[in-house]
Ligand binder design. Structure first.
Ligand SMILES: [Zn+2]
Length: 233
């Protein structure tokens, strides 16, 4: 078990460093986690709260059970930990989560808009709109805010039939991305920021722009992610 936990810490540390060097975030913004299963138990490795990236080491990565019980780590886990834990529990396939406040994705989130699929760069990663969640109620903000952020993400994905999506915007807040590992979820955060930027520019050039047709959307998504995927650039 110790070897697997140490490897988890290494991967989560590397993914957090990758996020900090990606240009998506400033200061201590953002956090990355990964979930692994050992025997019948599920463990989560996550960034410690408020720790400057340049001072962080592998040993600072906090290890928790999927119920949030501390297994290893001297520091407090990221304050967004309840959001991560809720999503890991509800959506089993997710093994990595990245949260950032990257400017273009956050601008769409603050505007309260889902990102329409305006072109094939978007369609390569998501088969339709990138969903923006609904507002949290005052009660959801007052009590268990971070947990309820997870609830609002899960509800938005379910209601929009997007439970397999790897990109989502939390209204008035910012993006969360998912993946098969911590590293994969950081890559999706980088892709989402680029998609958000291109969509913003496209909408500004042509305010009456429409989503591309389903045929072109499906062609691009399926050639990269579908059963008979074949695409590599
Ligand atoms: Zn945040």
């Amino acid at each position: 078990m110790n070897k697997l936990i140490n490897e988890l810490k290494k991967r989560v540390f590397a993914a957090n460093v990758k996020l900090s060097k990606s240009g998506l975030i400033v200061s201590t913004f953002g956090n990355v986690s990964e979930k692994i299963t050992i025997g019948n138990s599920i463990y989560i490795g996550i960034k410690p709260s408020g720790m400057p990236y340049e001072k962080m080491t592998e040993d600072d990565i906090v290890i928790l059970t999927d119920e949030g019980e501390l297994i290893e780590g001297k520091l407090k886990p990221s304050s967004d930990t309840p959001t991560h834990l809720y999503l890991y529990k509800q959506i089993d396939r997710i093994q990595g989560i990245t949260h950032s406040h990257s400017p273009y994705a956050t601008a769409w989130a603050q505007a309260g808009f889902s990102i329409p699929c305006y072109g094939t760069t978007h369609a390569d990663y998501d088969s339709s709109e990138i969903i923006c969640t609904d507002d949290l109620s005052e009660d959801m903000i007052e009590n268990k805010y971070e947990y309820n952020t997870g609830v609002s993400i899960h509800n938005a994905l379910k209601e929009n039939n997007k439970i397999n999506a790897n990109m989502v915007l939390v209204k008035s807040h910012g993006p969360f991305t998912f993946g098969d590992s911590a590293n994969d979820s950081v890559d999706n955060a980088i892709h989402l920021e680029e998609i958000s930027k291109i969509a913003f520019l496209s909408k500004n050039l042509n305010s009456s722009i429409k989503q591309i047709g389903m045929k072109l959307q499906s062609k691009h998504y399926d050639r990269k992610h579908g059963k008979n995927k074949y695409y590599g650039q």
